[in-house]
Design a protein around this ligand. Structure first.
Ligand SMILES: CC(=O)CC(=O)SCCNC(=O)CCNC(=O)[C@H](O)C(C)(C)COP(=O)(O)OP(=O)(O)OC[C@H]1O[C@@H](n2cnc3c(N)ncnc32)[C@H](O)[C@@H]1OP(=O)(O)O
Ligand SMILES: NC(=O)C1=CN([C@@H]2O[C@H](COP(=O)(O)OP(=O)(O)OC[C@H]3O[C@@H](n4cnc5c(N)ncnc54)[C@H](OP(=O)(O)O)[C@@H]3O)[C@@H](O)[C@H]2O)C=CC1
Length: 291
């Protein structure tokens, strides 16, 4: 199947990154969100990130302008029904995602493939609520999308081979590497990464270390590019908590119990970089640990 037009739902950090790489690879992108402000912010972030790539000689100015010209925005979800491939990248809440697919369904072309960039939620369950579970799958980018090489492709129980092959061809055209994961809570990367981040929060909660010593230890002692708490802030603490809850509920094992301190930060609205405060406070010149 030849994919040319891609619809992206949710213009947050993942949605804007997905729009960026898709447009750069030559796809026409239609980006939607519930707020015009989010759409405007996304376009400005994409332009900034493309300009940085152009400034470092990774792409030309002409590539950058052509990519920007390929991205359109709309506040009307139904407009995405006219695309060949939809990638849903809205907030990590099953009810939100289900409502989106339900509202989109009456507007879809018969051949449109539906995918979700979910970090953890069952693809089979999301697919089962649509009219096309065979043309539904997980299309999981890593953050920051323009930099990270991997895309996890997750088949639901009903996903057909034509759909998998079409999505795999898109990953190839993006110049990224696909990893095929089975549809179990949080798939591969987050099944491993998120319990480590949660354990880092327990390490903080129990006073074994403070924010700085925990992050320094993992950067210098395990060669991680970011410390786990810095990475949690980068991902979004709401998203980290949502993933832990899916692991805890879906695998029914206490080893996945979200750390109460993580819950507290989310309840405070301290969601990390996107709200300027999380395990670090980003409101000043340099990030300052909050513990
Ligand atoms: C939660 C989920 O469902 C799944 C997930 O995504 S889990 C999260 C996975 N991601 C990670 O683990 C990221 C870990 N961190 C890193 O790999 C690195 O810290 C990093 C790539 C983010 C930044 O690397 P760095 O060396 O510290 O910084 P920096 O030199 O500024 O950036 C490296 C390159 O990335 C680019 N870059 C950094 N952040 C970027 C962003 N947000 N958007 C676009 N480009 C970005 C820079 O421009 C730079 O490009 P060049 O190589 O062309 O110069
Ligand atoms: N953060 C990460 O590192 C990664 C996240 N993901 C996954 O990607 C998805 C998005 O995450 P991320 O970009 O970080 O989250 P963000 O919070 O940055 O962005 C989510 C966006 O979706 C919007 N949104 C909420 N409801 C709807 C809706 N009904 N229709 C359209 N847009 C909506 C939000 O608007 P508003 O702000 O107004 O609510 C927001 O702009 C999640 O499923 C997450 O698990 C996957 C890989 C990595």
């Amino acid at each position: 199947m030849d994919i040319q037009k891609v619809g992206v739902i949710g213009a947050g950090q993942m949605g804007n990154g997905i729009a960026h790489v898709m447009a750069l690879a030559g796809y026409d992108v239609l980006l939607t969100d519930i707020s015009q402000q989010a759409l405007d912010a996304a376009l400005s972030t994409v332009r900034g990130n493309l300009a940085r790539q152009a400034g470092r000689g990774k792409i030309s100015e002409a590539d950058m302008e052509a990519a920007m010209a390929r991205i359109s925005t709309t506040l009307t979800l139904g407009d995405l029904g006219q695309t060949d491939l939809v990638i849903e990248a809205a907030t990590e809440r099953e009810a939100v995602k289900q409502a989106i697919f339900e509202d989109l369904q009456p507007h879809l072309l018969p051949h449109t493939i539906l995918t979700s960039n979910t970090s953890s939620i069952s693809i089979t369950r999301l697919a089962s609520r649509t009219d096309r579970p065979e043309r539904f799958m997980g299309f999981h980018f890593m953050n920051p999308v323009p930099v990270m090489q991997l895309v996890e492709l997750i088949r639901g129980i009903a996903t057909d081979e034509e759909t998998f092959a079409a999505c795999k061809a898109v990953v190839d055209k993006l110049g990224k590497t696909a990893a095929s994961a089975e549809d179990f809570p949080a798939f591969i990367v987050n099944r491993i990464l998120m319990p480590m981040i949660n354990e880092a929060v327990y390490t903080l909660y129990e006073g074994v270390g403070n924010v700085r010593s925990i992050d320094e230890s993992m950067k210098l002692g395990a060669n991680h590019p970011m410390g786990p708490l810095e990475l949690a802030d980068f991902i979004g603490l709401d998203t980290c908590l949502a993933i832990m809850n899916v692991l805890h509920d879906g695998l029914a094992d206490t080893k996945y119990r979200p750390c109460p301190l993580l819950t507290k930060y989310v309840e405070a609205g301290w969601l990390g970089r996107k709200t300027q405060r999380g395990f670090y406070d980003y409101r000043g010149e340099i990030p300052v640990p909050t513990r």
